[in-house]
Design a protein around this ligand. Structure first.
Ligand code: AMP
Ligand code: GLY
Length: 427
């Protein structure tokens, strides 16, 4: 089959590496891709939000199956456009992707299906939202959480420790519109405390099956301090989720969601990524994403021993029940290398050297994110998160050591990484 992957991050690179191994894969395309993906797939500069352009590309190139990486094209209805054109696709419809693209919709599904989640209210009026914050903060909770309803590149959530902070977040979202229309509606929810972890389930519209668990590090600096990023590293599986809890998460969160989405006439086909807080009262749902996590995927896929392409195809064809899902017992860990200044402003076009040294290291994988080939043929940085190095080993401590050995072999003056990925799990 001719396959297309949509996206340009380390997530898409890791998906490309797994898909390319499948005997079902003939030609592999990626739009727009990056310098690393271009080594194994044919990349073309078509933007991920150009749904029409992507459908035309598929028709021209004879693409038979499309795997959509990021949330933006899902929220724009790329999966719908491809299906209408008769092209198979892994990724939910626009209506089903609302589980990620509208926090108000997601919370309404939580209410309908009775999922364990934070207590909340939604608002489209700034004054009413402010009143509610003041009322809630009067009882002195540890914090309150303000979330823009729509997509905001991972920046739409504020965990406010004071009423002042919460009202500032409301003003920025609803009055100053720093997230555009995504912040014209908000939800305000109860603060949950505990350890965060994620569960990924594959769904074919009717059935959901557990795929993997992972934990990531969102904060930019060591010790989980500093501003939030897309993710600075991850490990899989998540030691905080044992077998019994996993069963509980599938029964209380994932399966009821898939059922509810069906009832709503919005069957979910793709990967359902549940962001959870493991509280003292058990796992609670914080958010859904309608796609694979980045960098969680880079820690999950090196562990997968089944054919990823076969699995994703099974989802798109409604026959997930019969597909084998097998993983290595070994854990994996990945470290993101980002441009200096990220998640704020950063330079682009800085040359990255010694990548070949990483390629030879055992059980270590190098995935590219924001990279491109310069006119002179050098690999240069081209984004905030630039590289992701994954390692798989007998235990997480060894995987962590392997990953950092690889990071240290790279010669790039323009970047940095956290030095403590996995600290909660590595003793
Ligand atoms: P979300 O995009 O909803 O996952 O939120 C991003 C991050 O904000 C999460 O990974 C948590 O660290 C934090 N967060 C979101 N909702 C809550 C909550 N109700 N209580 C505590 N922290 C939260
Ligand atoms: N690493 C979090 C995400 O992909 O949204």
């Amino acid at each position: 089959m001719n396959i297309l992957i949509v996206g340009s991050g380390a997530r898409e690179h890791s998906i490309a590496v797994s898909v390319q191994k499948s005997p079902l894969c003939s030609r592999l395309f990626c739009l727009p891709g990056n310098a690393g993906i271009a080594e194994i797939a044919e990349c073309f500069p078509i933007a991920i939000n150009d749904c029409e352009g992507i459908v035309s590309f598929c028709k021209e190139q004879g693409v038979e199956f499309v795997i959509i990486g990021p949330e933006l094209p899902l929220s724009l209805g790329l999966a719908d456009s491809l299906s209408e054109a008769g092209i198979k696709v892994f990724g939910p419809s626009k209506a089903a992707a609302e589980l990620e693209s509208s926090k108000i919709f997601m919370k309404s599904v939580c209410s309908l299906a009775g999922l364990p989640t934070a207590k909340y209210r939604d608002f489209d009026d700034y004054n009413e939202a402010t009143q509610y914050v003041l009322q809630e903060m009067a009882s002195m909770p540890e914090a309150i959480v303000v979330k823009a309803d729509g997509l905001a590149s991972g920046k739409g959530v504020t965990v406010a420790r004071s009423a002042y902070e919460a009202v500032t977040a409301l003003k920025e979202a609803m009055v100053d519109k720093i997230f555009g229309e995504s912040g014209s509606k908000v939800i305000i929810e109860e603060f949950l405390s505990g350890e965060e972890a994620s569960v990924f389930a594959l769904c074919d519209g009717k059935t959901a099956r557990f795929f993997a668990s992972a934990q990531d590090h969102k904060a930019v600096h060591d010790g989980d301090t500093g501003p939030n990023t897309g993710g600075m590293g991850a490990y899989s599986p998540a030691p905080v989720i044992d077998e019994a809890m996993l069963e509980q998460i599938m029964e209380e969160i994932i399966n009821p969601t898939v059922k509810q989405m069906n009832k709503l006439g919005k069957p979910f086909c793709g990967v359902l990524f549940a962001g959870l807080m493991i509280t003292k009262d058990g796992p609670k749902l914080m958010e859904f994403n309608a796609r694979f996590g980045d960098p969680e995927t880079e820690a999950i896929l090196p562990r997968l021993t089944s054919d990823l392409l076969e699995l994703l195809l099974a989802c798109s064809e409604g026959r997930l029940e019969e597909a084998p899902i097998l993983f290595s017992e070994k854990p994996a860990l990945c470290v993101v290398v980002a441009s200096n200044g990220y998640p704020g402003e950063y330079a682009k076009g800085v040359a990255i050297n010694n990548l070949d040294k990483v390629k030879g290291l055992p059980d270590t994988m190098l995935f590219h994110a924001g990279t491109k080939l310069s006119e002179s043929g050098e690999i240069v940085s081209n984004g905030g998160r630039v590289l992701c190095i994954s390692a798989i080993a007998d235990d997480l401590k060894k995987a962590q050591k392997q990953a950092y050995n690889a990071v240290d072999a790279i010669n790039w003056h323009g970047g940095f990484c956290r030095r403590d990925i996995g600290w909660r799990a590595v003793k």
